[in-house]
Design a protein around this ligand. Structure first.
Ligand code: KIV
Length: 272
């Protein structure tokens, strides 16, 4: 990966914030190795997430729970070697940020050993404090709200979050509190499109959606869903870009172009 000052095109947190201010859509996707990261980078993706979804799509587990910090570091190192322009985000896996000590130690490992430029953690009552601590240490953070798959056994299934008035109000308050604690990006998963639009409007930091409708500042999808090689049923909010494309590069470029032009996602990919 080139040093930032060698690449004037390098996407940073600041670039994403300016894009939000200018109303330019942000396109992002997961990747887990150098080869796919390089194709995504050349297709113009703005940031790549080494998601703990790798537990399901790469390792073959039925949830993200078994993924370890060493797994994420291993995959982040590979992705870092394939990336030149895109910002690199790495997920903090289940229970790797349950105490402030673990949170800081594991975020430092993702950055120092993995090469991550921003870390992501999933919403829980402890998250605001963790975001504050990371911010105080100069660690950029993305806070994941809505459906948080690490809590799957608590929910008892993958479901749209924030449909009831009380839950929607709580999510709006949480989003504000996370931003106030220093979150640089908010990520909303499986949230009704109206609620996602309200959170996007109230936030000064970029809001990235997955199953959150067209009004978020940007979109993220899981690479293996887009290439239709994820195990199991295809999710409503995803789209197979490979079926219309002549190559993987063209498929990923079509995704970037559709996000940027606002043609993805459509209402059929959103929840009410
Ligand atoms: O792990 C992951 O891939 C994610 C995305 C669903 C945003 O968190």
């Amino acid at each position: 990966m080139s040093a930032q000052n060698e690449n004037p095109e390098k996407i940073t947190n600041r670039t994403l914030r300016l894009m939000k201010e200018r109303g330019e859509k942000i396109a992002s996707m997961t990747a887990y190795d150098a080869a796919f990261a390089a194709v995504l980078d050349s297709a113009g993706i703005d940031f790549i997430l080494v998601g703990d979804s790798l537990g399901m799509v790469v390792q073959g587990h039925t949830t993200t729970i078994p993924v370890t910090i060493d797994d994420i570091i291993y995959h982040t190192k590979m992705v870092a070697r394939g990336v030149n322009r895109a910002m690199l985000m790495a997920d903090m896996p289940f229970m790797s940020y349950a105490s402030p000590q673990d949170c800081l130690k594991n975020a430092a490992r993702l950055m120092k050993e993995g090469g991550a430029e921003i870390v992501k953690l999933e919403w829980g009552e402890l998250e605001i404090e963790m975001v504050r601590r990371l911010t105080e240490c100069g660690v950029p953070v993305c806070a994941h709200l809505g459906l948080t798959p690490q809590a799957i056994h608590k929910y008892g299934g993958y479901r749209v979050q924030g449909r009831e008035k009380k839950a929607a109000e709580k999510m709006k308050q949480d989003a504000l509190a996370l931003e106030e604690a220093g979150a640089d990006i908010l990520l909303l998963e499986c949230v009704p499109m109206g609620l996602a639009a309200e959170i996007t409007a109230q936030s000064t930091v970029p809001v990235i959606g997955i199953g959150a409708g067209p009004d978020a500042d940007g979109q993220i999808l899981v690479l293996y869903d887009v290439l239709d090689i994820a195990p199991g049923k295809r999710t409503r909010f995803s789209k197979n870009y490979l079926e219309q494309a002549g190559s993987i590069h063209d498929a990923l470029k079509a995704y970037v172009d559709e996000v940027k032009s606002g043609t993805f996602p459509r209402e059929e990919h959103a929840f009410r």
